[in-house]
Design a protein around this ligand. Sequence first.
Ligand SMILES: O=C(O)C1=C[C@@H](OP(=O)(O)O)[C@@H](O)[C@H](O)C1
Ligand SMILES: C=C(OP(=O)(O)O)C(=O)O
Length: 404
Amino acid sequence: MRGTAQLPASKSESNRALILQALAGGGQLDNLSDANDTQLMQRLLADPTTLELDAEDAGTVMRFLTAYLAVTDRHALLTGTARMRERPIAVLVEALRQLGADISYEEAEGYPPLRLRGWKVVAPEQETENEPTELKVRGDISSQYISALLMVGPMLPNGLRIWLTGKVGSRPYIRMTMALMQHFGGECRDLGTALEARAGRYQPADYTIESDWSAASYWYAMVALAPAGSHITLPGLRRYSWQGDQAIVDIMAQLGVTTEFLTDGVRLVQTTPSAGFTQDFTDCPDLAQTVAVVAAALNVPVLMTGLESLRIKETDRIFALQTELANFGAFLTEETEGFFRVSTENFHVAGQTVATYHDHRMAMAFAPLALRGAITIEAPKVVRKSYPQFWSELEKAGFTTEVQ
Ligand SMILES: O=C(O)C1=C[C@@H](OP(=O)(O)O)[C@@H](O)[C@H](O)C1
Ligand SMILES: C=C(OP(=O)(O)O)C(=O)O
């Protein structure tokens, strides 16, 4: 494997930038992602008269729009796929209700679809003037609730102070939110246990979206599994990134891939993997599947922690990984609560079919195994959620794909 692969732009940055652009009333966004999650966000923001909005399977769209529609006083139904209706949203709805939003559940309590009936600002009586409105929000289910609340914080009359409770997962995504808010002139501060957004107006700003580090992880996986001497260049990634999934650089150094930073992007070169390591995915949950598959294929015993949020993503990713890895002779076993060991017993690639569970990351995490033998990936179009060009980029890199 040699050459250059094109990555999609970061869908996390894109979807924040779109919300902030809408709140700021302008600004030019370059290199917006062509991912379905981003195209969808763009479409749903474009028409403020729509009464029914379908967030499909996009977590950021569902969560960010809930807060955005609430503070912009919209009356609408916000719905999603069958899986989205199983992904919890009560923490966000409860917080927005406390801030004055009229939101109710159309079906099961605590889950989409949501009925939004506008906004009535309630300034709690005990509040001293100009002190931010305070909320307690748990951080252990999804950071997207916190990002959603922070982005609308400046629109509240006194701003917002969020006290975080519980173990906070996906922190880098919160930091990315604050960095982009500041880029759009929002005033916010990270006080450790609390986060603050000062009341004020966003200013239109231009921004060029970075390439997607989560998508890059699949190319790291390919270089790790490719024949010796393989290397690949990925343009559009930055050394100083707002994306927490840049953690893939250090993780893959232990799985035999070295990263060289170029003026524009990175070059990945194969080296020797380590004998095993422990890795916490609390801050980078989207990398877990990539790493589990590579560790299994290389027979590197990796102990994985911080996987709690994986159960409520596009699918139960722990179950999906366990089931599909087993077909290759690999195991993801919970040794003690929260500690998952990747191990193998005669790992082999021999024409297996990989089920993808409506999860783009299942398809992309298992695809690199084709470097060890032909495999079939079910429902390959799932990649459109974050990386529509994934299969054509694989073809360009020298893989042969065939649609059955
Ligand atoms: O804010 C974001 O852009 C995201 C946050 C993470 O979700 P959680 O905060 O639910 O872990 C991540 O898994 C998701 O792909 C994107
Ligand atoms: C979890 C993901 O996305 P979301 O939560 O935004 O649907 C993902 O892309 O892996």
